[in-house]
Design a protein around this ligand. Structure first.
Ligand SMILES: Cc1ncc(COP(=O)(O)O)c(C=O)c1O
Length: 373
């Protein structure tokens, strides 16, 4: 009888789903990883126009339509001050596929991938699916990733390390000095830095920086997406950017796995990237306001919570039993250990939900904290 492949038996469905299943129907959901805002109208219109005009019926080029890749290149010139050749961009099915391409193209069986713990669930799973060896590393007390920790973890078998700023699940944003260091480490050790920047625009304090700004060799592979910035998770449109030789390798995986990203989504993404950006600014301002309310509420309850400076998550330290009790009381939060063993004792709270619901949830969480302490 055909057995299942070892690599697929080595990964399981994310613990986040289990939490959703445990929650009641009327629960307030602070477990979601997607913004609660509509996608920009001009993005939707661009897709429907492309469909109506028959422009989205066929395959696009494997890398995606030229005008979208030009828009992505312009984004890097504007935001990072880095000149990117549109030919060195592949449009993908979300940031998820971009991460997959980066790992598939660079990690041989038995090679190690270093990533933050707690960290986004895909890094571990994608490494295993590539028959690589996951090497989760601890964070600083403020939940940022210390470049020194990454450098110490590098061995002769290390193929790549992942930097994720702003971060899911911590909301931490790496400072410019750390980002500079990540670029140096990748250059000096000749190890690929996969920079997952899908939350790049959602920053409240300080500024987003990418290792691509500082690298002196082609050691950085950058992952981006419309998913969070434009509230377009369902459109499944992201991208990967790297040097031409790396893009050509990743294209081999993309070509056979996906052929091309969905054509209507590519038109929508181009419009999102090139159109008015005021919706993004409004969304980020709303997230910042909610973050402040949430932080105050958690701190009033006596919980220790590093100040998140980006994305839409907070990660307080919580007493034993807190997550289960909060879920039983009708608020969905995700246990920190769903993001790695070092996430134990934390909870991830998403504030991609309306202010009224958030305030209601804060009261419930405060109540639970009083009961448990
Ligand atoms: C850190 C991080 N990277 C990548 C992704 C994948 O994003 P996408 O929906 O574009 O595939 C997510 C989604 O939650 C994420 O949080």
């Amino acid at each position: 009888m055909t057995e299942f492949a070892r690599r697929v038996e080595g990964v399981s469905i994310s613990g986040i789903r289990e939490v959703f299943e445990a929650a009641g129907e009327d629960a307030i959901n602070l477990g979601l990883g997607q913004p609660d805002f509509p996608a920009p109208a001009h993005a939707r219109e661009a897709a429907t126009e492309a469909i109506a005009e028959g422009l989205a019926d066929g395959y696009t080029g494997n890398k995606g339509i030229e005008s979208l890749r030009e828009a992505i290149a312009e984004k890097y010139a504007r935001d990072q001050g880095v000149e990117v050749d549109p030919g060195d961009v592949i449009a993908t099915a979300g940031g998820s596929e971009a991460l997959h391409l980066a790992i598939e193209a660079h990690v041989d069986p038995g090679e190690e991938v270093i990533f933050p713990d707690p960290g986004f669930v895909s890094y571990d799973a994608l490494t295993r699916l590539a028959d690589g060896v996951p090497k989760p590393v601890e964070l600083r007390e403020d939940l940022t990733l210390d470049p020194a920790t990454v450098e110490e973890a590098i061995t002769d078998d290390t193929a790549a390390f992942v930097v994720n700023s702003p971060s899911n699940p911590t909301g931490a944003v790496a400072g410019e000095d750390d980002i500079r260091e990540f670029a140096r480490i990748a250059d000096e050790h000749d190890v690929v830095c996969i920079s997952d920047e899908v939350y790049e625009r959602i920053v409240f304090d300080g500024a987003h920086h990418s290792p691509m700004e500082f690298a002196e060799t082609d050691s950085v592979v950058t992952v981006g997406a419309c998913s969070k910035t434009y509230s377009m998770t369902g459109w499944r449109l992201g991208w990967v950017q790297a040097s031409n030789r790396r893009i050509e390798r990743m294209l081999r995986v993309h070509q056979y796995m996906q052929a091309c990203a969905s054509a209507p989504a590519q038109f929508a993404a181009e419009a999102a990237l090139t159109g008015p950006q005021d919706r993004v600014d409004e969304m980020v301002a709303a997230f910042e306001e909610r973050r402040d309310v949430l932080l105050d509420g958690l701190e009033d309850a006596g919980l220790e919570v590093p100040t998140p400076t980006g994305a839409f998550y907070a990660m307080p330290k919580v007493p034993e039993g807190w997550v289960d009790e909060v879920i039983d009381s009708g608020v969905v939060v995700v246990p920190g250990d769903a993001f790695g063993v070092r996430g134990e004792g934390y909870a991830r709270i998403s504030y991609a939900t309306g202010m009224e619901e958030l305030k209601e949830a804060i009261e419930i969480m405060q109540d639970v904290t009083r009961r448990i302490d």
